[in-house]
Write a protein that binds this ligand. Structure first.
Ligand code: ATP
Ligand code: MG
Length: 321
């Protein structure tokens, strides 16, 4: 259990569970999100990220568990929470038939901003998220990146303490994703806390801490560095003139968890308790009349952590079945 005092946490959840009939979308999840940090949710499709976010916002009632968000008990005090949080949904949820300017005015009214607040905050958001040239354009005709900038402007107009972003950059090119993330760090510097779900490893790397979800279970949590240090596998980079053949051969070995080809090299995950995995790999390959051009042990990346955390469970499920 982390030693962070509850008051320093923006979100604390214990035993959070959501069943949809036969599907356990979120399964006994414990979560501690510190204030003024970016906390990431990383997980395959259907792992429960959106369901979890909707429960933390107070939009969906959990089957079981306790949630405290910004000192409020959720869902009981969800109404009070509403004004303190911003939520950018996974699917664009502003009005496609309204212009950028009309959407912002509408959202400002929803949040009952005073006229004075509207006069300062809307132009500030327009400038910050570079919407000036788009004000008269209908939201439905914006590009993916422009839509996300508008959605972020709308989600932050009432200056929320806590922001939930559900896959905010899924339709955004790399350059615009970088710009989007720089805006997130600006918000953090101003005192906001952000919980963001993503499928991108480079985004996960940028989070202060993250949780990896798989089929509703939290399978690993911590800072990217802590996660890499705690990985339950050694990672090798193997070079060969015949990477497909070597990959198939290695995958059949008991000590190998997985292989992934990157260009002409293979990234190979092997049992952590092997004392010299490079030697074992070289010997095993040679004994079978095959040859490697190189084999070295490397630092695990976050992608390795993700693969190890989600595949180890897949292997366990297959063994049990
Ligand atoms: N309203 C619902 N009724 C029934 N099942 C649901 C409902 N909402 C979600 N689920 C199921 O719960 C599981 C988790 O879904 P969720 O949308 O939370 O996953 P996710 O991690 O956000 O996935 P993605 O990366 O694809 O957005 C899935 O199996 C999904 O089919
Ligand atoms: Mg989702």
């Amino acid at each position: 259990m982390p030693d962070t005092a509850p008051s320093q946490l923006a979100i604390q959840a214990r035993g959070l569970t959501k069943d949809f009939g036969n599907v356990v979308a979120v399964n006994d999840l414990d979560l501690d999100v510190p204030r003024e940090r970016i906390y990431g949710f990383l997980g395959p499709n259907g792992s429960g990220k959106s369901t979890c976010i909707r429960m933390l916002c107070g939009l969906l009632t959990p089957t079981a568990g306790d949630i405290n968000v910004l000192g409020l008990e959720i869902p009981r005090q969800a109404e009070t929470l509403r004004r303190k949080v911003g939520y950018m949904t996974q699917k664009f949820s502003l009005f496609e038939d309204l212009t950028v300017s009309e959407n912002l005015a509408f959202i400002a009214n929803i949040y009952t901003l005073t006229r004075a607040e509207q006069r300062t905050r809307i132009p500030a958001a327009v400038e910050r998220y570079e919407l000036g040239r788009l004000l008269k354009q209908r939201a439905g005709t914006l590009s993916g990146g422009q839509k996300q900038r508008l959605a972020l402007a709308a989600a932050t107009l009432h200056e929320p303490e806590l922001l939930f972003l559900d896959e905010p950059t899924s339709a955004v090119d790399p350059e615009n994703r970088r710009a989007f993330w720089e805006s997130l760090f600006d918000l953090i510097a101003e005192g906001t806390t952000i919980l963001v779900s993503t499928h991108y490893m480079d985004e996960a790397e940028r989070c202060h801490a993250l949780a990896i979800l798989d089929r509703g279970l939290l399978v690993a949590a911590g800072s990217p560095g802590q996660l890499a240090a705690g990985i339950e596998a050694s990672v090798l980079v193997v070079e060969s003139a015949e990477p497909r053949k070597i990959a198939r051969f290695l995958e059949a070995q008991d000590f190998v968890h997985s292989t992934a080809q990157i260009g002409n090299t293979l990234r190979v995950m092997v049992d952590l308790d092997i004392p010299d995995p490079v030697q074992l790999t070289n010997e095993t390959v040679m004994t079978h009349g095959l040859n490697l051009d190189g084999c070295e042990k490397v630092q695990p990346s976050l992608e390795d952590v993700f693969v190890a955390a989600t595949q180890a469970r897949k292997a366990a499920r297959e063994t049990a079945a």
